[in-house]
Write a protein that binds this ligand. Structure first.
Ligand SMILES: Cc1cc2nc3c(=O)[nH]c(=O)nc-3n(C[C@H](O)[C@H](O)[C@H](O)COP(=O)(O)O)c2cc1C
Length: 321
């Protein structure tokens, strides 16, 4: 049976995994505004999943049918834990498993995980094999960068392609660049060319700095990727993936209603398990692009609880034109 990746139209549009953002609540908010073809969980630590304290990470794997197809992203450096985690993810009903080999955060890199694996091919190979073994029929993909200290596009992604992942998601930067420099789409195109030369059938998904459907189409055509993954672009436009609605600027009452609905879903899903402070950052996503938005946003960002947010929203009245 073909993996879900093979059933999707091109270019494949993917919502990027984003820590403390793309949980089940945010994914459902996006699904209702405009569906991407694929959703990802936040990255989930395999050591955590295999530890007695697993309750601390398991919330990352919560999802509903509305969010399918959904890929669970994992990270860590212990093959045995990859094997066990992948088995569990398959049993939980995920559509795919992705290995994070791109996160450049210092304390994660220090323990040899994520982008540090770019410098440790033997372990990277073992982890992919372990994930595949545990995943059974589920497709395993890898999300990575173009190098660690310097550009190693062909050397590194060629190595990953030899491991035959179902998809390779290439964030067009090296780890050292964090997210500070423009993504190098020419290098992503080199990965596609290499894939073709190798006769590999791994799908190549490009990632970096894309903010609209038009850009997704343009990048797919120009750089010949099979799909495009969008991260921060969704903050500017929650309707980004909907061709009918992406171009409109919702009026302030609609934006406020969306924020209220988002908060209600967040509270009913998480109760007290996730903090008000984490919720607050979504205020910026909804309260934007209208006159007086900055003022309202600043007031909301200073609120100390949900009741205060509601009071400020009730008080708010549109600025007369
Ligand atoms: C807040 C935030 C959290 C992120 N968390 C993850 C993560 O959990 N796993 C991952 O592979 N990448 C993570 N990333 C990187 C994004 O998936 C993406 O590769 C990066 O933002 C570049 O794409 P963009 O320019 O479209 O945002 C994160 C990025 C941001 C901004």
């Amino acid at each position: 049976m073909d993996s879900f990746w093979r059933t999707l139209g091109r270019p494949i549009k993917v919502l990027a995994p984003m820590e403390d953002v793309t949980d089940t609540v945010f994914r459902r908010v996006v699904a209702r505004c405009g569906r991407p073809d694929v959703f990802y969980t936040e990255f989930t630590n395999t050591d955590g999943l295999c530890s007695p304290g697993r309750e601390a990470v398991i919330h990352r794997l919560q999802f509903t049918e509305e969010e399918r197809p959904i890929v669970a992203q994992i990270w860590g450096n212990n093959p045995e834990h990859y094997l066990r985690s992948a088995r569990e993810l398959a049993a939980l009903g995920f559509d795919g498993i992705d290995i994070n080999m791109g996160c450049p955060v210092k304390k994660i890199v220090k323990n040899g995980s994520c982008s540090a694996l770019i410098e440790n091919k033997p372990l990277a190979r073992e982890l992919i094999q372990a994930a595949k073994e545990g995943a059974g029929m589920l497709p395993v993909s890898v999300k990575t960068r173009l190098g660690f200290h310097d550009l190693r596009t062909e050397e590194w992604t060629g190595f990953i392609l030899e491991q035959k992942p179902e998809a390779l998601i290439v964030h067009g930067r090296i780890a050292r660049e964090m997210s500070d420099f423009p993504a190098k789409w020419d290098e992503i195109a080199r990965v596609v060319a290499l894939r073709d030369r190798m006769g590999s059938d791994t799908l190549v998904i490009g990632n970096g700095d894309v903010t609209s459907l038009g850009e997704i189409a343009e990048k797919a055509e120009r750089y010949r990727v099979d799909g495009v993954m969008v991260g921060r672009g969704i903050f500017q436009n929650l309707f980004l993936f909907d061709p009918q609605r992406a171009g409109r600027n919702p009026p302030p009452p609609e934006r406020i209603a969306m924020l209220r609905a988002h908060i209600a879903l967040y509270r009913s899903t998480w109760g007290g398990d996730k903090s008000f402070e984490v919720m607050k950052k979504f205020v910026k996503v909804h309260i934007a692009s209208f006159e007086g938005a900055a003022h309202l946003r600043n007031r909301l960002m200073e609120a100390s609880g949900y009741e205060e947010i509601e009071r400020i929203l009730e008080e708010w009245a549109p600025v007369p034109a």
